[in-house]
Design a protein around this ligand. Structure first.
Ligand SMILES: *[C@@H]1O[C@H](CO)[C@@H](O)[C@H](O)[C@H]1NC(C)=O
Ligand SMILES: *[C@@H]1O[C@H](CO)[C@@H](O)[C@H](O)[C@H]1NC(C)=O
Length: 415
């Protein structure tokens, strides 16, 4: 069996005001909340996707290192993570935007300070720009704990390594509201130095919020969703995700699933094998009915990653006999397929015994440059990865359910 890995993905949330004076606690106990997710635009760029793909090993390395620090043993997938060389030029704009990510809003502190964050099922911590951050945070909303009556300085620094440079700052506990729910005393990182990865010229959200498990928390703290679960506010310890390029159609559903968005008789659950990432077994990947790669590979479900990503050899075998398929970089990275045929070569991923098709439309990420007849394909190759990181190219085709109580992921056909 191949270990898989991943990246991370991002979603967004919408904010309501902390406190909800009009609601009784009882009402909250019975309500799941729907949070629209936003995306900046429908354009992806090859540069944006390439940059995101290059960051995948570093992202996973951060999570694996945190796992080892938190649990005292190495994560089973950690062998190759982070082995990729750093880019030597630190000047590349980092472009989550061109990589097509979803985000939303949260409110932090008392009174509320509003932020947009990528909601990332491939990590577990909240990162926001601090009011003490200089030029590297320009253009973003900045968290000011001195004006929040509920902020507590935890006196602990944090450092997150990105390819383009570190994110560094101080940990605080404060109230974080997501929809109508408030996580009291939620640990978050206020960054005094922001990586170019988060430059406001290329990264529209202010920060990110991790929705994986505590074992990969760099802060060694309960992630936002787990804090909400532990507080007893949610009807179910579950969140549901729908990602769409159609404006207004994406949502994060906190405390349950929105049953109008999927075909309930197709909902298929897969157990989480190691509750650190949302790590599950991928039965097989096929293309035009032919299996590619090994059966029963490890996969990580990552809303904060745009592509489906696999190791270089498996990716090569996927594209091997597709006429005109080209690896855009020397040994790993993005592949293109002639635009007139690319949609015939989308994959099918089988989870829990049920095949889920990736549509030609989501597999085709568009021309490699304006006017080109070669189009970017939705499976990327990374030497720092084994198995599969299952990002938004797949997740747009299904309704996804993340269940922290029964430790399982569910996928269903969209309604
Ligand atoms: C479920 O999704 C639909 C479509 O986005 C929305 O209109 C509806 O309000 C949602 N249901 C709930 C209970 O939030
Ligand atoms: C998935 O694709 C296969 C092959 O094109 C097709 O037979 C099948 O009906 C599709 N499944 C769904 C649920 O659309």
């Amino acid at each position: 069996m191949k270990p898989a890995h991943t990246f991370s993905s991002l979603l967004a949330l919408v904010s309501l005001v902390v406190g909800l004076p009009g609601l009784q606690p009882k009402d909250l106990n019975t309500r799941a909340l729907r949070l629209p997710l936003e995306r900046r635009n429908n354009q992806v760029s090859m540069e944006g996707l390439r940059m995101q793909l290059e960051q995948v090993p570093a992202k996973y390395h951060r999570g694996f290192a945190a796992y080892e620090a938190n649990t005292g043993h190495a994560h089973p997938l950690s062998k190759n993570a982070g082995s990729k060389k750093k880019r030597d030029d630190g000047n590349d704009p980092l472009t989550a935007e061109g990589a097509n990510l979803w985000y939303a809003s949260i409110d932090v502190g008392s009174p509320a300070q509003a932020f947009t964050v990528i909601i990332d099922t491939g990590s577990s911590d909240i990162v926001l720009p601090s009011v003490e951050c200089g030029v590297s945070c320009d253009g973003h909303n900045k968290y000011d704990p001195s004006t929040s009556s509920t902020a507590v300085d935890l006196g602990k620094p944090f450092v997150l390594a990105y390819l383009t440079g570190n994110v560094e700052g101080e940990q605080f506990a404060d109230n974080v509201a997501i929809g109508g729910y408030t996580a009291v005393g939620q640990t978050l990182g206020a960054a005094t130095i922001y990586s170019p990865t988060f430059s406001s010229t290329t990264f529209k959200p202010d920060g990110l919020a991790g929705f994986a498990f505590e074992d990969i928390s760099v802060y060694q703290a309960s992630p936002l969703f787990q804090t909400l679960v532990q507080s007893g506010q949610l009807p179910e310890a579950v969140f549901g995700v729908k990602l769409s390029t159609t404006a207004g159609a994406s949502e994060l559903y906190v405390g349950g699933t929105n049953t109008t968005l999927y075909q309930q008789n197709t909902l298929t659950y897969i157990p989480v094998t190691v509750p650190a990432y949302w790590q599950i077994t991928l039965d097989q990947v096929s293309r035009a009915g032919v299996q590619v790669g090994t059966s029963e590979a490890v996969s990580i479900i990552d809303t904060g990653t745009s592509l489906i990503v696999t190791d270089t050899a498996t990716a090569a075998s996927y594209y091997n006999d597709i006429p005109g398929a080209i690896l855009q970089e020397s040994s790993e990275g993005l592949y293109s397929i002639p635009c007139d045929i690319i949609e015939n070569y989308a994959p099918t991923l089988t989870f829990g015994g049920r095949p889920f098709n990736v549509s030609g439309e989501t597999f085709n990420l568009g021309p490699i440059e304006d006017g080109s007849s070669d189009c970017l394909a939705g499976i990327g190759a990374s030497s720092g990865i084994e198995g599969w990181l299952v990002g938004d190219v797949f997740l747009q085709n299904v309704y996804s359910v993340f269940d922290t109580d029964q430790l399982r992921v569910g996928f269903a056909e969209l309604a």
